[in-house]
Design a protein around this ligand. Sequence first.
Ligand SMILES: Cc1cc2nc3c(=O)[nH]c(=O)nc-3n(C[C@H](O)[C@H](O)[C@H](O)COP(=O)(O)OP(=O)(O)OC[C@H]3O[C@@H](n4cnc5c(N)ncnc54)[C@H](O)[C@@H]3O)c2cc1C
Length: 443
Amino acid sequence: MTASPSSTLILGAGLTGLSAAYHLGDPSLYRLIERDDGVGGLARTRRRPQGFLCDGTGHWLHLAKDYTKGLVGKLMGDNLEARARKARVYSKGVFTLYPFQANTFGLPKEVIAECLTGLIKARYEEQLPAPTNYKEWVRKEFGEGICQHFMYPYNRKIYGVPLEDLAVDFAARYIPRPSVESVIAGALGLSKEALGYNAQFVYPKRGGIGALSEAIHHGAPRKAELGRKPRTIDLELKQCAMADGEVIGFSRLITTIPLNDLITLCHRGRPSSVPAPILEAAQKLRANSVLYFDVALKGDPKPHQDYHWIYLPEDDFPFYRVGSYSAVERSLAPAGHRSYYVEMGHYGEVDPSRFEGPMLDGLRKLGIIEDDSEVLFVTPNVLSPAYVLFDAHYVDARRTILDWLEHQGVISVGRYGRWQYNAMEDALLEGKEAAERILGEKR
Ligand SMILES: Cc1cc2nc3c(=O)[nH]c(=O)nc-3n(C[C@H](O)[C@H](O)[C@H](O)COP(=O)(O)OP(=O)(O)OC[C@H]3O[C@@H](n4cnc5c(N)ncnc54)[C@H](O)[C@@H]3O)c2cc1C
């Protein structure tokens, strides 16, 4: 069966695809296809036993643009609240304020001295050549002490690859670069908690971050078709063949699925339509995966169990971060309980069963679990892809594919559609821009 080819086909009902649908604003203009059994993609909240609600690890909204503030305000009504970050770093057996580089107070004196002298040397004495990779970039920015005690081990844990493999400054947007004065103040215990892009955030009062995805879906004029997988895409005939046999014709394609998967679908649909350099470029795109465990515990939290999230640079802990859903929003766990997510970065295949025991040991060491009788359940989840790897091939491979898709009339947007490091606000905006392109063409 071939459907009407006059409308836009949107692949993926994460925030980008949902935003595209919402902004197209007319049910006759699109169909929205999602392979999962619910909308939201990464920004989805899952119901766990006994009333626990768990996001896909911490998903906190940072809204910088007036448009997104207005949009989210309109969609969420009173179901949104501003929160002030309560984050810590745990290393050398102590909790320090985040970010590490600006808050060494409380660490052993030798460590503080190494961090301060390293930073001062890096800023005023060392004449290091221009960095050629991420490891050299953090070294030049922060100096030897901060790198040894935090930047090197933490980043290795999150990305799962050697830091020499990564490009110079891809994460600069997310890494606070404090002045020497504030680093000294932070070493003396004089710093305030607010630094970095995520010092404040907003979050729903009810329903987890999935409430935002549900709200934008609710506002979209035509609902997502859930549990539906494309099998092939023929860009010449402008047809998407679904796994269930339907063939969907389209005039325009907005895709938010991972770029490499898209190329595979197009190649399967019509091998001759995908040139060899595009196939080669798709094979060069790399991303890590994040294994995370949702952990439900009995008992109200004590203060050190109630941080919003904790960064763990040391190899003694298999995870790079543990966060608490219920510390941010109490209603995400039933009364008298608390809930956590524990994140580990990997490159390549990962077997969750190997990590559950070491993960629980880490939570015991941190004092988050005080007694094993507190553990209600532990649920492993894998996000793959999770963080796109900005390696030596990244810029060329991504550009080659995106230029080619543009030439084919395909609009590929979103975190994995553009193969980038972005946030929920960006996803909302990219979906809107994709819709506006289509609407502009129709005028
Ligand atoms: C670990 C982690 C933590 C994060 N924390 C934050 C945070 O605190 N704050 C913040 O602002 N941002 C955060 N982000 C980023 C945020 O999640 C993304 O920017 C945003 O959700 C991306 O939305 P998207 O629609 O582009 O992609 P996705 O959410 O990946 O949506 C893509 C959709 O396409 C579907 N799909 C995939 N393949 C197919 C297929 N073949 N057919 C049909 N459907 C398909 C998927 O199921 C999914 O629903 C985080 C990301 C990660 C990985």
